[in-house]
Design a protein around this ligand. Structure first.
Ligand code: CU
Length: 504
């Protein structure tokens, strides 16, 4: 039976978390939890609340299929960190690798010094060194942490590695009723480069491209190819996992009929858009990027751009053994799925492709609501320069590619300037046919117009901007300091698709 969560004291909370928290991953539960107190504490230092170690480690994605990658605490995904909204937390981050690292607190409103982006002035965690960070977690909901290093052409760096872990900031009041909470991290491994790719393009609504943007993009691409340029590099993968295991390996998600399961799903990919469906079941979406949606709605399929999160309730009312998996047959067969097994049922997991469905953020908006007018509107145009950077596509914002030093030694001046307390609208125009998961650091933004459709009330920190489309997002400048804005697709952010805001 469903139950309402009660408020717990902090000691209760961690014990409860262990019980409620299911890493359907086959790793012993104790191994995936954070170490509660660090044993390595400097002179005069108090013990941290959490310890993270950046370290290379083997991870077994299937029996005898063992990868080597950089992890947090020797595991993939990194440990689930449960914070309490508004309660100060201290974390010691050790870097056991030879490379200075950045650990970014994605989706949180923290200071630039803590945020984990060199471009904002966050100090590196030195190679074989340590950095202590301390901040007040907010806003509540599903967030995550990941490396913010540039990878460039190095597919063993940045988010191509296993440096991804979930964060759940417990709200002061829990909204939903559920029996079981399941965190899922979707992630590919063994990346390779190819010329051109086959990313899904036709799942977003609204779907109509902007004529002028399309003409501009196609003209540029035609001219580039006519000059004999090949298509710029894209990344593909050999191994696909959920919670670090390929489909059919690791423990299934075990459920009972009539249970209510709250899924917290993170696309931890460096570059890919992911989809997810469970035959005979629907997802009741309750939060996007950790923020409760104005209108909860059921959908048969979830779509998540890189770094997006969806929290969704599911009624377990269709007994059997099923594959919760990606719609892409090839990716699912190479591991992008996890088995859901009802009590008393056995046999091979069944997959049934869902009927055609378009993913629309506006489905979760408050009907008829409109966003307040901004104090200022900023225009942004995103352009692809095919294969312009040693075979990689170069990306520009208003004609400027962000310099791509692997380890920036000094901060660059900001391009966009904010005044504290003002509301800004970003009018973003995409002259490429790629879908871009656009991310703003240290602030949440509101979706206000998607390809001509006005909307309001949906707060996010990543949004998939459709190919040849224009979107508008609004945010309030309420967290002073340098603020990074970029496409979260690693190849795009590493090759120019980035800019910096500051407060004046
Ligand atoms: Cu992009």
């Amino acid at each position: 039976m469903a139950r309402r969560l009660r408020q717990r004291n902090p000691t209760d909370r961690s014990i409860e978390s262990r019980r409620r928290f299911l890493w359907s991953s086959g790793v012993a539960a104790g191994a995936v939890l954070w170490s509660p107190k660090s044993l390595v504490v400097g002179p005069g230092e108090s013990a941290p609340d959490y310890t993270l170690r950046i370290q290379a480690a083997p991870i077994e994605v299937a029996p005898n299929r063992i990868l080597s990658t950089v992890t947090y605490n020797g595991q993939f995904p990194g440990p689930l960190l449960r914070f309490r909204e508004g309660r100060l937390v201290t974390i010691d981050i050790f870097n056991d690798t030879d490379t200075p690292e950045q650990l970014h607190w994605h989706g949180q409103k923290v200071s630039a010094e803590m945020d984990g982006a060199a471009e904002e002035g966050t100090p590196y965690i030195p190679a074989h060194g340590k950095r202590r960070v301390s901040f007040t977690p907010n806003p509540a909901g599903f967030r995550f942490y990941h490396t913010h290093n540039r990878a460039g052409a190095n597919l063993f760096a940045g988010q191509y590695t296993g440096q991804v872990g979930p964060v759940y900031i417990e709200p002061k009041e829990e909204p939903g009723r559920y029996d079981r909470e399941v965190f899922l991290v979707l992630k590919e491994f063994e990346p390779t480069l190819s010329r051109g790719g086959d990313m899904a393009q036709d799942f977003l609504w609204p779907s109509a491209p902007d004529k002028a943007l399309k003409e501009a993009g196609e003209t540029a691409m035609t001219a580039s190819l006519a000059k004999g340029m090949p298509y710029g590099y894209e990344v593909g993968y050999k191994v696909f996992t959920i919670n670090g295991h390929m489909l059919g390996h690791g423990e299934p998600i075990r459920v009972k009929q009539n249970e209510r399961v709250l899924f917290h799903i993170l696309n931890g990919s460096a570059t890919e858009i992911r989809s997810l469906a469970l035959p005979g079941h629907s997802f009741q979406v309750v939060a996007l990027d950790g923020n409760p949606v104005p209108r909860s709605a059921p959908v048969p399929v979830l779509w998540l751009g890189t770094a997006e999160r969806v929290s969704a309730m599911m009624e377990m009312n269709h007994p059997g053994v099923w594959t919760l998996g990606d719609l892409d047959n090839d990716d699912r067969r190479h591991g992008m799925g996890i088995v859901v097994e009802y009590a008393g049922r056995s046999g091979p997991a069944q997959w049934i492709a869902p009927p055609p469905f378009r993913w629309s953020y506006t489905r979760f908006a408050r009907p008829g609501a409109s966003a307040p007018s901004p104090d200022e509107t900023m225009e942004m145009s995103f352009t692809k320069h095919n294969a312009a950077d040693a075979g990689f596509n170069r990306w520009t914002i208003n004609g400027v590619a962000f310099p791509n030093d692997t380890m920036p030694s000094e901060m660059l001046p900001a391009t966009f300037h904010l005044k504290q307390g003002k509301r800004y609208r970003l009018r973003m125009r995409n002259t490429s046919d790629d879908i871009h998961p656009i991310h703003l650091h240290r602030h949440s933004f509101e979706l206000t117009n998607l390809a001509g459709t006005s909307t309001a009330g949906i707060l996010k920190d990543v949004v998939m901007l459709g190919g040849y489309q224009a979107y508008e997002i609004d945010f309030v400048a309420d967290n002073p300091g340098p603020t990074l804005f970029h496409c979260h697709q690693q190849l795009h952010m590493d090759f120019g698709f980035m800019t910096l805001f500051d407060y004046v």
